[in-house]
Design a protein around this ligand. Structure first.
Ligand code: BYC
Length: 314
């Protein structure tokens, strides 16, 4: 395709809010930004299975166990849609795995915190999936077609995830004094990390301006974080829990909650690989990849064996 025609068409597509599709011409920076963000998103879904899978065998009832298994399975599915969507940009799944394993690509900071007890399953669903939904509802309008379409199904599933988390905390918050304390302790530990999921302040975010211009991002990190805070604080109050922030206050004029300072040193250390569980998470992921080698080989051998037969009968 003629380069100038491609550039003009790309500009018109973005301006008119249409979708860029895999075969369309796109700037190299647009492609590499999408590969970075979508791969990071896919990796987060898959690494995010670890802290919750840890609690499947210890769920308090059969019903809770079934729900948690379904949720963790959904996260694997989200990873698969997102890897498939990323592959449409010309990068293979094996390359993406390699970049995660070698630390060249990141996954969400939130999955470097430990899940210490059952209340953490509630906090992950309510706060972590809650933050993911705020971000992902907007990503349904992202300019890259395959990413935007993957978000539609993911968002439907995320809302079930958030509700199951809230329902776990509702039971604890209405329970014994020990159970209430567990719910409060989980909120204390997960509140600040959940706010970090939205990324650095806009003034410190190297990618926001260009990603907004390309309509990859539709709302900035700070604005999304504020939307999340405004929706979550009343939910905490409904549970009878206290947001662990002495500076939290409601501004009657703007109608928004304002918060104290986020610990950005903790955030940057975590995303650079020095968080509490970075090494364990990646080591576990690499081991699962290596242990699964025979499955991939078996699947390929099966495909080789059966493809000619299918072709012959066609
Ligand atoms: N964690 O310029 P910025 C889930 C990096 S999974 C780690 O603002 P951008 C779930 C950023 O990559 C949901 N890294 O970047 C799963 C950049 O790094 P480099 C996961 C972060 O991309 C299982 C640098 O900091 N959701 O919910 O414009 C169970 C500067 O940042 C983070 C997504 O992935 C972070 N939190 O904006 C339960 C959503 N924040 O490469 C639940 C898709 C920033 O320049 N991603 N960085 O060194 C996005 O929307 C955007 O990529 C972000 C960051 C808003 C996260």
């Amino acid at each position: 395709m003629d380069q100038q025609y491609g550039q003009e068409r790309f500009a018109t597509t973005i301006e008119s809010d249409e979708k860029v599709e895999p075969r369309d011409w796109m700037p190299d920076g647009y492609r590499s930004t999408l590969i970075r963000q979508m791969a990071q998103h896919a990796h987060s879904e898959v690494i995010g299975m670890q802290p919750e899978a840890n609690w499947i065998s210890r769920a308090p009832t059969l019903m809770r166990k079934m729900i948690l298994i379904a949720k963790v399975q959904d996260e694997a599915g989200h990873g698969l849609y997102l890897y498939s969507a990323t592959e449409t940009l010309g990068v293979s799944r094996d390359e993406l795995q390699e970049m995660l394993h070698s630390g060249q690509q990141k996954y969400s900071s939130i999955f470097n915190y430990p899940t210490l007890n059952w209340a953490d399953m509630g906090a992950i669903g309510w706060l972590v999936d809650g933050a993911a939904i705020v971000n992902q509802i907007v990503l349904q309008r992202t300019s890259y077609g395959p990413y935007s379409r993957a978000m539609v199904k993911i968002c439907k599933e995320e809302s079930f995830h958030a509700r199951q988390g809230y329902s776990i905390l509702m039971v604890l918050a209405q329970g014994s004094e020990e159970q209430k304390a567990m719910a409060q302790d989980a909120l204390d530990r997960w509140w600040w990390p959940s706010l970090m999921m939205f990324g650095p302040h806009d003034s410190e975010s190297p990618h926001t301006e260009q990603s907004m211009a390309w309509k990859i991002k539709r709302i900035t990190n700070d604005d999304l974080r504020q939307m999340y805070i405004d929706q979550t604080v009343p939910q905490a109050h409904y549970l009878g829990l206290t947001i662990p922030d002495p500076e939290l206050s409601f501004d009657e004029e703007t109608g928004h909650w304002s918060i104290g300072a986020i610990d950005w040193d903790e955030f940057w250390a975590t995303i650079k690989g020095d968080g509490r569980l970075n090494r364990e998470r990646i080591a576990h992921k690499v081991k699962a990849w290596e242990d699964g080698q025979w499955v991939r080989e078996g699947a390929m051998a099966y495909a080789d064996k059966h493809t000619p037969r299918l072709n012959k009968s066609a």
